[in-house]
Design a protein around this ligand. Structure first.
Ligand SMILES: NC(=O)c1ccc[n+]([C@@H]2O[C@H](COP(=O)([O-])OP(=O)(O)OC[C@H]3O[C@@H](n4cnc5c(N)ncnc54)[C@H](O)[C@@H]3O)[C@@H](O)[C@H]2O)c1
Length: 330
């Protein structure tokens, strides 16, 4: 591999154009060398904006190119797994946007392929690189709330359009789009994993999940509740963690953290903090810099695809629970 990581982009839509490509262009040790989109005009637009020489309408031209060391996969959910497998099969490092696949079967295929090839394979849960969420994580790791008792979390906004507004069986819906982020956030913050899930999903007429509420029993004993919707007039994203010694809440956007702790004296009384600097491009810059660094050092991916798989297991269980009206073991 050359000193600079040569990166190929697959999928040149909104996320690539607005966040991933701008972030990459700020990373000195990486260079965007190639891009592809089934809509070649989109690939051309990204190439022109970011000085990328090779432009294709064929995914294989990027995933199999000897001039590419790492592939970024940012396509609609139902194609994520196949593009990722193509890149991994060619021995490329991969950065795969969330939710990485349509179910745990697809997720497991990605994990197995990445393990077999020994490549760095990272899933794009960029909210882990939000400064306010990183601060909450550091508070929890310092024991600010004691042992976690329960978590309440929610994420959503208005109706989804385009392919995201299509049927859940084809990768549409808010569970895949934002519920995946939220589930990952809670598992990451608590350092725990799901044991069982009970959920209910309200489907719209097109077979897309509109509003979902689910409860996850965590292996460590805590309980987490989630609300995920595309039927709200304002966007929201909150994670509220309660424990034996305190509570901490993050609201994004707004970058607000509220904390009260019997462990950290400066937070003995309820305290509201503003931690600005959390637009998506900044989060993507931090996550992609970490991805590039892992490919240089040979370290494990900072957010390994196995973490993507555990989220997909929870989402599968939410839908199964809603359909069967039973608790589902994960
Ligand atoms: N991390 C985040 O916060 C965040 C934010 C937005 C989107 N995303 C994720 O990024 C991914 C892409 O979302 P988007 O908003 O950019 O969607 P988009 O529809 O704007 O772009 C997708 C692009 O992929 C192209 N495409 C479709 N099928 C393809 C295929 N088989 N091969 C190559 N190109 C193909 C489309 O022509 C389109 O240009 C999704 O996984 C989404 O969840 C993540």
């Amino acid at each position: 591999m050359s000193d600079t990581l040569r990166v190929g982009l697959v999928g040149c839509g909104g996320q690539t154009r607005m966040n991933l490509a701008p972030a990459f262009s700020r990373i000195d040790s990486a260079r965007l060398v190639s891009c592809a989109d089934v809509d070649e005009a989109r690939a051309r637009q990204v190439a022109d904006a970011f000085g990328i020489e090779a432009v294709h309408d064929s995914v294989a031209e990027v995933t199999e190119s000897p001039r590419v060391d790492a592939v970024v996969v940012a396509v609609p959910h139902r194609y994520l797994k196949d593009v990722a497998l193509s890149a991994i099969g060619a021995g490329k490092h991969v950065f795969i946007e969330k939710p990485m696949g349509l179910d745990a079967v697809e997720g497991a295929e990605v994990v197995e392929a990445a393990d077999r090839q020994g490549v760095v394979a990272m899933v794009g849960y960029c909210m882990r690189y939000s400064l306010s969420r990183m601060y909450i994580k550091s508070l929890l790791d310092r024991g600010a709330v004691g042992d976690v008792s329960f978590v309440a979390a929610g994420k959503g906004g208005g109706p989804l359009g385009g392919w995201l507004g299509g049927p859940w069986t084809e990768g549409g819906g808010q569970l895949f789009f934002l519920g995946s982020h939220l589930t990952d956030q809670v598992l990451w913050m608590t350092g725990d994993d799901a044991e069982s899930v009970s959920g209910t999903v309200r489907w719209n007429a097109g077979g897309t999940d509109e509003t979902s509420a689910y409860t996850v029993r965590l292996k460590g004993g805590a309980v987490a509740t989630f609300s995920v919707s595309q039927a709200c007039g304002v966007g929201f994203d909150f994670v509220y963690v309660f424990g034996t010694r305190g509570r901490v809440r993050g609201d994004w956007k707004g970058d607000v953290v509220t904390v009260e702790s019997r462990v950290i004296p400066e937070y003995a009384h309820p305290t509201v903090l503003r931690i600005p600097g959390d637009n998506l491009e900044e989060m993507c810059y931090r996550e992609l810099a970490a991805f590039v660094e892992a490919t240089r050092s040979g370290a494990r991916a900072p957010i390994p695809v196995s973490d993507g798989l555990r989220v997909l297991r929870v989402l599968d269980a939410v839908v199964e629970s809603s359909n069967t009206k039973r608790w589902i073991d994960v």
